[in-house]
Design a protein around this ligand. Structure first.
Ligand code: CMC
Length: 427
């Protein structure tokens, strides 16, 4: 017998089915509520609102669990590669050798960018934030690929998806090169996806440029950890924009803009800036924890707290260990890592953080690794975007292929009641 929930309003009873997911999570299907009763639900920030059914990513915030297509994030971070995870997110299964080769070949085939995009890039000042440049360049790809993707046609989708995945590392690396006023770089088809990205970022057109495998491995792992996170702000943006049947590139460009904010992906840059400020100010950790607790102060401890995790973010656990390994392997002694460890310790013992279940999130340690790899802090959120791209595309693809209605929330109006227009002389 399936469960139901009853709502009693003005003496009338309405019954709604409880929908259960494969991992046991439950929600009330109120899709006919307004039609039945005239009521809507009010849930600012969608804290209790499920916008969709999805088969892509499962996360249990209370237990600190994250899985892509059923595979625990810990196993994927240890055993898989970013390209394999891209395929998994998009197609629901780990690829066979043949499938992976075909996927990789297509990524190589599309790894070039139209010359005119370079002109657009050069129109930006080198002081522009890389995330703004990345959102604009990604949106501009629509102009060079105007054909509407047939979402029901597997080959059409395969090419649309691999085209975007292939061009994105180039655009991402170019935003960095613009900020450093370096000449733009070209893809090297002899290299793997992540290795090629490193080359695109750091090569100075030297033929003998060699990428450090420690760096490639660390970036690969970080990209896997960021690859999807179900209905977060940027993924929901991609779905919402895409639900109007706006194209793939435009929907992803909107997702990049949503990710940029300091409460979402922009937190990784904000964390390092915060840790550097603490270091410069003499490392007084309690002062910053107190500042974060002060309700008259807007400051929040960056890299702490999460809408869904009320336990340690499982990605943060993996990244903390990876940060340690990378610093050791590269022989870097970074005082900022010690400050981060100290801050985590002070905060986790503090009643304010305990009560509110505020734990370090994915962004708390990722910046320390990026810094050790020589990636400037303005690029941290671009790195997040590069990792999140397959997740955004998978969410867009699932939304379009399950033919979801256009996203259109309602509101409770609290403005002025009806009144007559006042001529200027009477205002
Ligand atoms: N420092 C101090 N207090 C905090 C923090 C923080 N980092 N995060 C939440 N709180 C407090 C908040 O003030 C509120 O207190 P009260 O109940 O007394 O009003 C309570 O904890 C609940 O916070 P909330 O803002 O209602 O929670 P939310 O789910 O709306 O926000 C968040 C989640 C991630 C936006 C928030 O925790 C935050 O701003 N954290 C810092 C930014 C950050 O690290 N963002 C990266 C998130 S992980 C990467 C990603 O997936 O985007």
């Amino acid at each position: 017998m399936s469960e139901t929930v009853k709502i009693i309003y003005q003496g009338k009873e309405y019954e709604y089915p409880v929908i259960e997911g494969t991992m046991g999570d439950k929600g009330i299907d109120i899709s006919s509520l307004r039609l039945d009763s005239g009521l809507i639900t009010l849930d600012p920030g969608y804290k209790n609102t499920g916008s969709t059914l999805s088969k892509i990513t499962y996360l249990d915030g209370e237990q600190g669990k994250l899985m892509y297509r059923g595979y625990p994030i810990e196993q994927l971070a240890e055993k898989s590669s970013f390209v394999e995870v891209q395929y998994l997110l998009l197609y629901g299964e780990l690829p066979t050798e043949v499938e992976l080769e075909k996927f990789k070949a297509s990524l190589k085939d599309y790894s070039f960018v139209n010359d005119r995009v370079r002109k657009i890039l050069n129109g930006f000042p080198s002081t522009a934030h890389p995330m703004g440049v990345l959102a604009s360049l990604t949106g501009s790809l629509t102009a060079f690929n105007p054909k509407v993707v047939d979402v029901a046609h597997a080959a059409d989708m395969f090419h649309a998806v691999t085209r975007l995945l292939a061009k994105f590392p180039i655009l991402s690396a170019w935003t960095y090169r613009l900020s450093k006023e370096l000449p733009i770089s070209e893809s090297d088809p002899s290299l793997g996806y992540v290795e090629n990205f490193c080359q695109l970022m750091f090569s100075n057109q030297k033929k003998d440029f060699k990428v450090n495998p420690v760096i490639v491995d660390a970036i690969d792992k970080l990209l896997i950890l960021h690859a999807d996170h179900e209905q977060n702000c940027s993924a929901s943006t991609v779905r919402l924009v895409g639900s109007s049947h706006a194209g793939l590139f435009t929907s992803i460009s909107a997702g990049i803009s949503a990710l940029w904010g300091a409460r979402h992906g922009g937190a990784n840059q904000a964390v390092i800036e915060m840790l550097e400020t603490i270091k410069t100010g003499g490392g007084r950790l309690q002062k910053w924890v107190d500042k974060a607790k002060d309700k008259d102060d807007e400051f929040r401890l960056m890299g702490f707290g999460h809408r869904v995790y009320k336990n340690m973010d499982p990605r943060a656990k993996i990244i903390k260990k990876a940060a340690d390994d990378v610093l050791e392997q590269l022989g870097i002694d970074d005082e900022v890592l010690d400050i981060a460890l100290g801050l985590e310790e002070v905060a986790l013992k503090d009643e304010y953080f305990i009560e509110r279940k505020l734990y370090p999130n994915v962004d708390f340690y990722s910046g320390i690794i990026y810094r050790a790899l020589g990636i400037p802090k303005e690029m941290f959120t671009v790195m997040f975007a590069l990792g999140r791209l397959p997740g955004w595309i998978a969410q867009w693809k699932e939304m379009r292929q399950t033919d979801q209605p256009i996203g259109r929330p309602r509101q409770i109006y609290t403005g002025a009641t009806t009144r007559d227009y006042l001529p200027m002389s009477e205002r």
